[in-house]
Structures are given as C-alpha cells and as structure tokens.
Design a protein around this ligand. Structure first.
Ligand code: ZN
Length: 200
C-alpha cells in the first residue's frame, strides 16, 4: 500500500495543494485548497492512487457490484477503482456509476440502475464535510443497495463519521472557517471560488 508521505508527494509535485483564500462548496472558507483534479489529470498517478484504494477494498474481502460516485469529482475515481478491481479479478461483473444533481437532488440518470441487494462502494476524490458522500449513500440505499464501504483519495476529516468501513489514502487537516470567523476575510483578501478560475 502507498504510504501517506508518498501520496502527499504525488499531490505536491503537481501543485494540487494551493495557498490562498478559498470558498469551499460547503460554504466554508479555507486558506488551503486541494485541487485533486490536478493529480488525476495524469493517468499514471491517477491509476496508481485508485488501484491502491481498490487493493484496500480487496484486502477487506469486499466484493462490490457497483462503485458509485457523486459527479463530478468522483467520476474518474469510480472508473479507475472499478477498472483496477476488474483487473484483480474476480470482479468482472462490476459497474461504475455516477450520481448527478438535478434541481438540487442527487439521483441516477442516463439509464444507470442499482438493483435491490446489490453491494455498493461509494467513492470520492476528496471527502471534506462528508455531505455529498452521505447523500450518495442515501441514494444507493433508496434503490435497495447495500453500501459496504466508502473510499476517498483524500480525507479532510469527515471520514470517521460514516456508518460503514472507510478507506482513504491521505488525511489532510486543513482548517476551515465560517465566513464571519475567517482571517482571510478579515484581511480583505479576495475570495476565490476554486474551479471558477485558476488562482495565481
Ligand atoms: Zn474568508
């Protein structure tokens, strides 16, 4: 299994960890931002990281039917984890699906289905507050799926809160702030919504 320092090195080598004043999707502010896509744009590290996550599921003896991720960040992770598991065998039946938001509600579209009793592993690139992961777990269960594990490349601190076994490759403890308590806001540094533009 990959060590945390090695995984951290993969992220820092490609400047996937940024310093600044960032608005997170949770509404909180942070002085650091993890842009996981910067690592995942390279197939080599993407496959190495996701294969490592897949190996941890295999070592737990898990035999999933579905790897499910919320769009967008998790799509590539779900594919690469499923792909690695299929190569390990005996996971030939495994599907990778993603959930999408429509009118604010997370659902399965594009003809994706989870059938009652199917074993589901929910994966994400990064779990920050755990909100979207929890919604994805609820979605799988609403379709009758049995969620057997959660996995993320990076745990920002919320992974311990799930009611299923969880694996992550890297734990990062960046501090998040409510806007009214944010030191960067107090210093009047411009707030950047990551993804809307590339911070300098
Ligand atoms: Zn702020």
């Amino acid at each position: 299994m990959l060590s945390q320092p090695y995984v951290l090195k993969l992220f820092t080598e490609v400047a996937a960890i940024l310093d600044g004043h960032f608005l997170l999707s949770s509404g909180l502010h942070s002085e650091k931002y993890l842009q996981c896509a910067r690592v995942l744009q390279y197939p080599g590290p993407a496959e190495r990281l996701c294969a490592d996550l897949a190996e941890r599921f295999r070592q737990d003896g898990l035999v999933p039917d579905v790897i499910l991720a919320p769009a967008l960040g998790g799509i590539l992770v779900a594919y690469a984890v499923a792909s690695a598991m299929v190569r390990m065998g005996p996971y030939g039946h495994l599907r990778n699906l993603f959930a999408e938001r429509e009118g604010g509600v997370l659902g399965l579209r594009r003809g994706f289905e989870i059938f009652p009793g199917e074993r589901v592993i929910v994966v994400e690139d990064v779990i920050t507050t755990g909100g979207s992961t929890r919604e994805t777990i609820t979605l799988a269960r609403a379709h009758g799926g049995q969620v057997i594990a959660v996995g993320a490349l990076v745990d920002r601190g919320a992974c311990a809160a799930f009611d299923v076994p969880t694996h992550s490759l890297l734990r990062l403890d960046f501090r998040n702030f409510k806007p009214e308590e944010c030191p960067q806001c107090r210093a009047r540094n411009p707030l950047v919504k990551p993804g809307s533009r590339t911070p300098a």
